[in-house]
Write a protein that binds this ligand. Structure first.
Ligand code: COI
Length: 355
């Protein structure tokens, strides 16, 4: 399929202060659109000026949340060239989400091509400053005008772009996390492993309460026993003990993060023992008391590598690595972002050039 391009005639001013881009504040001049209609399949791929999308008030996405999304980034290398990080993994995961939400599968290679074309059209929007990037948000939503519950027959696939800085105001400084005890995010058999709007809607109340208590995000426990660690609001989570680094195993309720996957591969390559297993919150607090919990960090496309400096569970509070970034988190951050920003050779073959 050929992607038709219509350039904007009214380009916007780009943000000039790249030190204060924050996250999700600015959007570029163009977006990608493609429609799905039953009987016709995915069709009419196009890049058009960024702008509102007309929706019938009865559109199914507005009522039943049949929506999936992805998040990846384009990085400007020191030599000026632009590259993506493992975009094939995002599109493969999008199809995993599609399957769970009865959304017709997309052609993954074509979707990567669509991302590359769109980034190329808006390449001047990829910021230059250290630590900045162009966040890419592909998403699919159901547009049938029908207030009855069934899988949609008509959908839109859209990709938008946003120049961003750090997701957390803390940057690489350790964040404070609160262990959620009242609410749960997902259960096995539900949709926790997908990237769908409902999972994030389910997290808002807990997130809001955590913020009111001075915490950046919440750490979710399993929805059944409320004992085992799952993930943090917008990232997967790793615990470095004396002899192993542990991240919760993917058991159907946790998002399979691309940064999680890359961090596991990279940490093993750096010589660490990384185990994906069940991890009780009690084990973490006991290790902290014994002095064998060395570091905690989150991983995510938006969050990158985010050290955790404090964990609160009920009335127990632990300080991790004296609230400072640890050696493993720092090395992982340097190696991962080194590849993403093209500062060190990509021996894993993870990056994909745009031009
Ligand atoms: C990402 O890291 O890309 C995410 O999707 C997190 C997001 C909800 C901000």
């Amino acid at each position: 399929m050929e992607i038709k391009i219509t350039h904007t005639t009214t380009p916007k001013a780009k943000p000039t202060d790249e030190d204060n881009l924050s996250f999700g504040k600015y959007y570029t001049d163009h977006m990608f659109l493609m429609n799905y209609d039953e009987g016709q399949g995915w069709h009419d791929p196009r890049i058009v000026p960024y702008g509102p999308i007309p929706l019938d008030p009865a559109a199914m996405c507005l009522h039943y949340g049949q929506e999936v999304f992805e998040g990846l980034k384009a990085y400007r290398r020191a030599d000026g060239k632009i590259q993506l990080f493992r975009p094939d993994k995002n599109m493969a995961r999008l199809n995993v989400s599609n399957d769970r939400l009865c959304i017709p599968k997309i052609d993954e290679a074509f979707a990567v091509e669509a991302v590359k074309k769109l980034v190329e059209v808006d390449k001047d929007w990829v910021p230059h400053k250290d630590g900045t990037s162009l966040y890419i948000r592909p998403f699919i939503f159901a547009v049938d005008a029908h207030v009855g519950v069934h899988p949609a027959h008509h959908l839109i696939f859209c990709i938008i772009l946003s120049p961003v800085g750090a997701y957390y105001p803390e940057g690489l400084a350790p964040v404070k996390i609160y262990v959620e005890q009242n609410y749960v995010r997902a259960v096995r058999g539900g949709m926790g492993f997908t990237k769908t709007a409902g999972n994030y809607a389910a997290s808002l109340k807990a997130q809001d309460e955590a913020e009111k208590q001075g915490y950046t995000q919440v750490l979710w426990l399993d929805g059944v026993e409320r004992k085992y660690i799952e993930e943090v609001g917008t990232m997967n989570v790793f615990f470095a003990f004396e002899n192993e680094i542990v991240t919760p195993a993917l058991q159907g309720s946790i998002l399979s993060g691309i940064t999680r996957m890359s961090s596991i591969e990279m940490l093993r390559d750096m010589g660490y023992t990384v185990n994906e297993r069940k991890l009780g919150i009690e084990e973490v607090f006991e290790a902290a008391a014994k002095g064998t919990l060395k570091e905690v960090f989150g991983t995510g496309t938006a969050a990158v590598i985010s050290p955790v400096g404090q964990l609160k569970w009920g009335d127990k509070v632990i300080e991790i690595n004296n609230g400072e970034i640890g050696e493993i988190s720092q090395k992982l951050y340097d190696n991962l972002t080194g590849i993403q920003w093209g500062k060190i050779p990509d021996k894993f073959n993870w990056t994909v050039a745009i031009d």
